[in-house]
Ligand binder design. Sequence first.
Ligand code: PMP
Length: 393
Amino acid sequence: MLSNLPQQPADALLALIKLHNDDPRTDKIDLGVGVYRTGQGDTPVFGAIKAAEKKLLETQNSKAYLGPEGDMGFVHALMPYVFGKDDPTMGGRIEGMQAPGGTGAVRLAVALAKKAGVQRVWMGVPSWPNHAQIFGDLGLELKTFNHATKAGRVDMDALVTALNLAEPGDAVLLHGCCHNPTGIDYTPEQWDQIAPLVAEKKLLPILDLAYQGLGQGMEEDAYGVRRVLREVPEALIAYSCDKNFGMYRDRVGAIYVMAEDAAALGRVLSNGHALARAAWSMPPDHGGAAVRLILEDEALTAMWLDELDTMRTRMNQVRARLAAAGTAGSVDFAALGHQAGLFSILPLSADQILKLRSDHGIYMAGSGRINIAGLTMGNIDKFIADVAAVSAP
Ligand code: PMP
């Protein structure tokens, strides 16, 4: 039986980590896997998380089971940040549950959409590769459109054309901010155009917010999600704390449901609980509890927001420095200056990407995606020069 299973390809980015680790060159640069790095190249545990973990260690007096919804204190504490302080439940129409990371939240959102009768999902590409894998795994048809133009801007024409082709009852997946892998986000004006269109076409939005606070700021990065929610009767929101709290391996996420009314909300969530029960029973507790302790404590919250500001400022400094290089070889670095978050894509060929790795020790995904936080003030000039060298027209 089991030996009938065909071999699956290894995860390309994880394979890249190994290649990078095995490279003896001291000036090698890792722009592959998507984790934040300081100017010294580290991915440290947030100070606020360390403090919360200490508190958790001292105060937690039981590890007895919670339920499939996880730590609801954590789920509720996040809501003002995501949905706004004024009315984070949208008049009792939004509730959530904890999920194992943003991946678990996306998976549950898509499973709920499928269970509700959605058969097709529309999504701009390229996207985070796991989106398509999750749709495929759950048997949903994926319809794609171009996310960006060659000039590095949102391809609004492609998006509007796609949404006009979509049928009522289809879902549309939209990245809330810090688009992975392009870094090309919708402007507030573009969200103002997208939100009514999603509503008018009677589409179910699945909003993936995995990098809040790493683009323009916590409030600014929530604009799109809130704008869509103002317009539509129902939506699913997948949230990850793994980047903005640096919790990657602790798997901290939440899924929120906005329903037409409180009665429908209860029914949808009961399905969410049932799906979670059958998949992972309940989410891992530790990370969510640490995040809750931060959000319940004013001083820890201030500390966390300060750490997040430092990360965002550093990435924006790297982007500004890249943008100042203008065109290097055939690459327009200026475009990276108005992109946001951890990632951007360089328009390099497979050969050029390979050459950067073999001749210059620069490691990036095969798509040309770079992790902006892999660059430092110490290696950025070498990086620009090497890209210029391999891409000279
Ligand atoms: N959505 C997007 C767009 C992502 O880039 C990621 C992480 N790479 C996730 C969801 C999942 O995040 P997590 O690590 O919390 O599962």
